[in-house]
Every structure is written in C-alpha cells, then in structure tokens.
Design a protein around this ligand. Structure first.
Ligand SMILES: C[S@@+](CC[C@H](N)C(=O)[O-])C[C@H]1O[C@@H](n2cnc3c(N)ncnc32)[C@H](O)[C@@H]1O
Length: 271
C-alpha cells in the first residue's frame, strides 16, 4: 500500500513496518556496506573460517539480496538461496549460484529438514513480534544440517535521545522488542544450539570519521523511510517538510555521542 508516496506492506498481512520500494533497496545497500566496514567483512571471523566450497547457504529475509550477491561473488563454489516475504525487493539480475524464493519464515520455510550448511539472518527486528523469535530460530535450526551453523545480526536500540525513544515507542506499538539483540544468544541456547561467537560492535555517532558519517547517513535514510509513522512525534502535519526536524534528531545523536549498536551471534546446531 502507498503512504506518502512510499510503498509498505498491508499491515493486515505482516507486522513488518519498513517500506518495500526502490528507495528502501538503496537504504539496505547502504546499510550492507556500513555493516561490512563495522564487522570487517560479511560474516563473523569464525564463520569465515568455516565456509567451504560446495556449501549450501540460506539468507532469511534477504530483501534486495545485497549480502547474498556480495557473498556469492566471494564464494563462487557455494550455492546461495535467499527468501523474502515478497519479490518486490529482489534484484533483477543475479549470478547462477543464487536462487531467490518467496516465503514467510513465520509460516515455515519451503525446505526439507537439514538442507543448509549455513543459515544467515540479519536486520529482521522490525519484522517479528516479541514472542515470534523462538519460532523463527526453531525454523532456522530445522533447515540447518546437524553440525551446521546459524549467524544472526541485529541492532540494539539504546540511549535516551529523542530518536531512540521514538524507535522504542514504535517497536512497542508493534509488539516488538527493540532490544531483542541482547536475547538472541539465550534463545538459540534454549533451542539447543551452541553459541560459538558473540560480537557486539558499535559506532560512536559523535565521532568525526567516515564510519560515523556512514551510519548517520543510514540513520537519516531510516528516519525518512518512517516519516508517516514518525510525523506525530515531530509535530509535523501531512505535507510539512520534515528536513529541519530530521536534522535536529541527527544533531542530538552527534552532540550526545549516541552509539549505534549491533550484536552478531554464530551458533552451531548439534550433530
Ligand atoms: C530490513 S530488511 C533486511 C534485508 C536484508 N536482511 C539485509 O540485511 O539487507 C528486512 C527484510 O525482511 C523481510 N521480511 C520481513 N518479514 C519476513 C518474514 N516473515 N519472512 C521472510 N522475510 C521477511 C522484509 O520483506 C525485508 O525485505
């Protein structure tokens, strides 16, 4: 459905509240390269050592498949599959070692038990309700081979800035946990997986460096994506220009040295 000239899913069909249009594809590309800089690569260091030719790799909620396409170039002898709720975000061209499939992980993935050596899922914290994460990771573990691996990366919303409070409030309105990232290790452990690596990284947005500038740009585009939801918090009416209100939010992040925090986990399914 169209809201303020942006495309979103119909809320009757999913709890996911970010846009699904070309501007969003660009924003996700930007996040991909910022995260690649923050983590010094597309996967955790221990994951990198585990990847071998011939492996079958799944990316859940792949969106525009930026991670998949980048990985497929680096690991040309692996087979990659991406799943997403809709094909609207899929790229028009892809290499031969990438398949893209429409599926809702909450309804079950269309793969046999133990299909994949490595399952990756990233930036889904605006998709699942608080009590759905266990179902999602149980499904990811089902399609992982015994002895195979799962990597998860999510943001952790912290801080007292106006923007943090807006994101926390919007997450709660959607029955989501803005701090789910700190609980993912516990969920995977409860489901029987062994945590091999946990890697929390953050960017101080008050720094005057390239990394902070990349994350601030990404945050600016995130705010713009959510203007229909955020407008009431900024006392803006439909049609008002939001640029100076957005700049004030960004200035507060810089002045308060707010950190943009991410937590990644690598877990192994027992043999
Ligand atoms: C913020 S984007 C992240 C995309 C990608 N993982 C990345 O790192 O660029 C979240 C994606 O998850 C997809 N998604 C949301 N709910 C989903 C579900 N229940 N099953 C599969 N995909 C879902 C959305 O359509 C969207 O493309």
């Amino acid at each position: 459905m169209t809201v303020s000239e942006r495309e979103y899913y119909d809320p009757a069909t999913t709890n996911y509240w970010l846009p699904i249009d070309e501007i969003e594809q660009d924003r996700l590309d930007e996040i991909h390269f910022a995260l690649k800089d923050l983590y010094d690569g597309n996967v955790l260091t221990k994951t990198h050592c585990l990847l071998r030719k011939g492996m079958k790799i799944l990316d859940v909620g792949c969106g525009p498949a930026t991670w998949l396409l980048d990985m497929a170039m680096s690991f040309q002898k692996c087979e990659f599959t991406g799943v997403d709720l809709s094909k609207d975000m899929f790229p028009n061209i892809k290499p031969n070692n990438v398949e893209l499939v429409i599926a809702d992980v909450l309804q079950g993935l269309p793969f046999e038990d133990g299909t994949f050596d490595f399952v990756h899922m990233r930036l889904l914290c605006r998709a699942f309700k608080k009590d759905e994460w266990e179902t999602v990771f149980r499904e990811l573990l089902r399609v992982t081979k015994p002895g195979g691996y799962i990597e998860s990366l999510e943001s952790d919303i912290r801080g007292e800035t106006k923007l943090s409070k807006i994101f926390i409030d919007l997450s709660e309105q959607h029955d989501q946990n803005p701090r789910i990232a700190i609980h993912i290790g516990e969920i995977l452990t409860k489901l029987g997986a062994n945590i091999i690596q946990t890697d929390e990284r953050s960017v101080n947005l008050g720094n005057n460096d390239i990394l902070a500038a990349k994350f601030l740009s990404m945050i600016k585009h995130s705010i713009e994506s959510l203007i229909p939801f955020i407008r009431p918090y900024l006392d803006l009416k439909e049609g008002d220009d939001p640029s100076s209100a957005i700049q004030e939010l960004l200035d507060e992040l810089k002045a308060s040295e707010q950190k943009s925090v991410f937590i990644a986990y690598l877990a192994q399914k027992p043999e």
